[in-house]
Design a binder for this molecule. Sequence first.
Ligand SMILES: C[S@@+](CC[C@H](N)C(=O)[O-])C[C@H]1O[C@@H](n2cnc3c(N)ncnc32)[C@H](O)[C@@H]1O
Length: 241
Amino acid sequence: MTGKGPLTHLIPVDLTHPLPLERWFPADRPLEVEIGCGNGRFLAARAARNPGVGYLGIERMLARVRKVNRKAELARLDNLYVYRLEALYTFHYQIPRHRLRAVYVFFPDPWPKKRHHSHRLFAPLFLNALWASLETGGEIQIATDDLPYFEAIQEVFANDARFEPAPPMERDEAEQTDFERLFRGQGLPIHACAYRALPAPEPPFAPLRITPDMEPKPLPGRDLPDDSFDKGDDHAQDDEP
Ligand SMILES: C[S@@+](CC[C@H](N)C(=O)[O-])C[C@H]1O[C@@H](n2cnc3c(N)ncnc32)[C@H](O)[C@@H]1O
């Protein structure tokens, strides 16, 4: 046995190559992605207003994925799709290079405790994948209620010469996310920033390296930091607005 025969015992799902996005989004139209799109309020409003633009939500909670799907079905939005997977992994392996015109991240989980900072999305590893996914001149728009995380996000971008600051977008009421409406209703300040991808040398592709400090660690009373993902279902609704 050489081990080079047909791969009859391989489960044929390829999660390490770019998604064939042209199956859902015409290749000649702009594509925008919202990471952690929650219930899809922003995406659905945006997709209805811009039928010539494709919108992809990336969200790991199944209950929220279902809600986005329902919104797209009810409004017959053929330019809106949602993908259930972890965002860093998706950007690193599955978004084709320089395909995205815009990326939106509204109210990302702030992981306020120092020992959990390694779970934050905004870190050099994500910026590598983000830059490789954006068109030159493409933008990321970010909003958060959490000032320490906001400052940390600004620092990560300030240390990466492949991005320059851009004007943060305005969102009218129809495009505000559920968390944004909750925080605005409580009178909390919303911090926003945006960055534009600049021309830079193309980085070689390297496998994603998860260091031991990035591994999910059990929390008291919970199986994993975010049990919604690993139980694969609708249990964790505790941060629902
Ligand atoms: C605080 S909620 C904000 C939801 C929405 N953006 C809003 O403003 O209403 C954060 C969302 O991001 C999702 N999320 C967090 N980390 C993620 C990751 N690494 N990949 C995909 N989704 C993620 C969570 O499941 C959750 O729905």
